[in-house]
Design a protein around this ligand. Sequence first.
Ligand SMILES: [Fe+2]
Length: 284
Amino acid sequence: MIEADSDLAIEHLTPHIGTRIDADAETLLSGRHAKQIRSLLEARGVLVFPEVGLDDDQQVAFTATLGQLAYENNGAPGPVGKLQAIFKVSLDLNVTAMAKPLKNSLLWHLDGTTHDVPILASVLTARQLASEGGDTEWCSTYAAYEALPEVDKQAIDALRVVHSNLQLQRNINPELSYEAFQRARNSPSKSQPLVWKHRNGRKSLVVGATAGYVEGLAHDDSLDLLVRLRDWATQPQFVFRHKWKLGDLVIWDNTGTLHRALTYAPDSGRLMHRSMLAGEEPVG
Ligand SMILES: [Fe+2]
């Protein structure tokens, strides 16, 4: 379906998730459609602006039309904790000191599960492409929750899951050294509801690579549920996959989706510039 108004052309790419919006940079930067883009973001999970080619300043300005900018340490050499609005996403240690942790980007996850208020959204611009691989996938955790049988919805409604960097590190490397294990164990973890009851009235699943265990369940029963729900949420009917072109800009609702990058070579040159919108509501 294609809807067009004066300067936005909108096309839904799958039934549950993913919408293409054709617009020029001036239109996006004007903020004229910020309200419409925010509501599409919530309804559709992922919005693709093909080959719009924003530079860093324009990307930050566009992001700021949609909400409150979030800042992060960009991993560049210099004062520790220097916060910037643009973060370089690469697996190449020559590009960013954060390259190693970004291996987690290859596993289904949402960002900020150990924070009180996870970020609302991420924005990526494709600056350099891998010649092979490096597509990004998202799944709608709203649609996945809504499609669950009623009996499952009731069974999981009050459950809580502990999310941790420890679990993430063990997913990346199941045989951590004891030293690395202790480091990960001492990093943040947080108990969150398994079902996010959003202020908009909808519910979504909070699962993925940071989900360590379900509180109150035996080890294998906890694993069984977390694996089953992640597998359920990432079925093809809930997934949108994007093959990048240079200059593509994609924004996704971090609170109602999981995301992952598909494998690419660390020295492929693939480079994304990311900006983010600060979170607006806690999971629980
Ligand atoms: Fe992420």
